[in-house]
Design a protein around this ligand. Structure first.
Ligand code: EPZ
Length: 431
């Protein structure tokens, strides 16, 4: 089993280039099958979730051509199989985007009930509610979500909560429905806007993405296009936090600074210097940072996907910080692992962490419970001069391309190892 071994203690310094946004790319790839012409998607991150979805798209009969490491060409003209079900896809939450895409285009789809990162119960009631409002039958049968409609008709839908997944899913189906759909209380995340932009480039008529009211005028069919995925704001944010935690100086390149504003402002609040450029941000941290309070919220609030990395930073900052997780119910599972590294954090009521800052963390053997928490444990390891081993890095590989390589490029000592011999070799090299 692959692990990371880390010997931290030195600041991360230099430049890192951010890849395409995983969560935008997942929606975009699913939407690409909605045309009977070629859709070429560039700036795809080469991570496991993307590769699994591409494989699943191939299994529908669509033509999938990997033109380059970060570019794929998809043509949905040859789709014959509207059932998406394999052992990998079950582990991936975003597989449900195939429902909206295929329901819109063919009036039928079946997708295995999604898994994904273990961050709490993740209902899909808002997706089902949206599909039903468009006139589909939507039910869960034998571990599959089954959606079916003779004809989809535009509707006025008010989501009960802000859901990225439901907003994207219903937007896709409504793009080919008859008449106008209005989505209220829609998610405003950059990846919602990115999927809407792709659909519009394919001939859809979607207005208001990025606000909480999206208007979609259904069109007869979509056509081929070429599209580039936006940069990954969470990968960028993760490197910003790593720079801050290691008292480093990192320029995070190929980003949209506007998408990072909630992070930039928190970092500044706790004493970090952040310089914004047109398509880069530079994070400089020279001294011990100070405490603050953070509450995760839908965009433009502080992202839940950055909560573990921020908490790790606050674990090392002076004073007591309070971190409230308000999006997912089970996203503090990594706290026990951080405490094993010497952090002093108490979780109260399941969704509030009281973080008493400590001067230093110590190395330990820890296990990544999910993607972002795994990244946070790596950041923790990079701050301590001891050796840290992070297990279950398969979660991290779901969403970060070449994570260890990018950290090495900034001077961090981290390596993927599989055997005790490789661990010993790394330690020998570190002296
Ligand atoms: C997306 O998940 C992301 N995943 C998540 O990123 C991210 O944490 C999340 O949005 C919030 O930003 C992808 O884009 C593939 P939601 P999603 O629907 O769409 C509840 C990562 O680390 N809810 O916005 O599944 C839900 O339980 C991952 O990259 C319902 O109750 O999130 C949650 O509490 C992890 N019913 C809240 O809404 C529903 O039908 C927000 O979930 C749908 C959601």
């Amino acid at each position: 089993m692959e692990q990371y071994i880390i010997k931290g203690g030195n600041p991360l310094v230099g430049e890192v280039t951010i890849g395409g946004a995983k969560n935008a790319a997942l929606g975009i790839l699913a939407a690409s099958v909605m045309a009977d012409e070629a859709v070429t998607i560039d700036n795809l991150p080469d991570v496991r979730d993307i590769n699994v979805l591409l494989e699943a798209i191939g299994q529908t009969g669509a033509m999938v051509e990997r033109k380059a490491r970060h570019c794929a060409k998809i043509n949905g003209k040859t789709i014959t199989n509207l059932v998406v079900d394999n052992s990998y896809i079950k582990k991936m939450r975003a597989s449900y985007y195939m429902l909206g895409a295929m329901l819109g285009k063919y009036g039928h789809a079946q997708v295995a009930l999604p898994g994904g990162c273990n961050i709490g119960s993740r209902p899909i009631d808002q997706h089902l509610k949206g599909f039903r409002a468009l006139g589909a039958i939507a039910e869960v049968k034998g571990g599959m979500i089954v959606v079916e409609a003779k004809e989809l008709t535009g509707a006025h839908i008010f989501f009960d909560m802000v859901s990225v997944g439901a907003t994207i899913n219903i937007m896709m189906a409504a793009a080919l429905a008859k008449g106008r759909t209005i989505l209220e209380n829609a998610a405003k995340e950059p990846h919602v806007v990115d999927v809407a932009n792709l659909l519009n480039a394919m001939g859809a008529s979607i207005k208001g993405a990025g606000t909480d009211v999206i208007r979609i005028d259904g069109v007869e069919k979509l056509h081929g296009t070429e599209y580039t995925v936006i940069p990954d704001q969470i990968e960028a944010g993760t490197f910003m936090m790593a720079a801050a935690a290691t008292k480093g100086d990192v320029t995070v390149k190929n980003v949209i600074p506007k998408h990072l504003e909630s992070l930039t402002s928190k970092l500044r609040e706790i004493g970090c210097e952040v310089v914004e450029f047109d398509d880069a941000v530079r994070v400089i941290s020279k001294k011990r940072l100070t405490h603050t309070n953070v509450k995760t919220l839908p965009y433009p609030g502080f992202p839940t996907d950055m909560q573990p990395q921020m908490t790790t930073l606050l674990a090392l900052s002076e004073g007591t910080s309070i971190v409230t997780e308000s999006v997912f119910e089970n996203r503090f599972k990594y706290i026990d692992e951080l405490n094993r590294m010497g952090a002093d954090i108490k979780v109260e009521g399941g969704n509030v962490a009281i973080v008493n800052g400590v001067e230093n963390l110590t190395g330990a053997c820890v296990s990544a419970p999910d993607l972002r928490a795994g990244a946070a444990l790596v950041i923790a390891g990079l701050t301590t001069e001891d050796y840290t081993i992070v297990d279950e890095i398969k979660y991290i590989e779901r969403g970060y391309e070449d994570f260890a390589g990018k950290i090495q490029g900034l001077g961090g000592n981290i390596q993927v190892v599989e055997t005790e011999k490789e661990i010993q070799k790394f330690k020998l090299r570190m002296g």
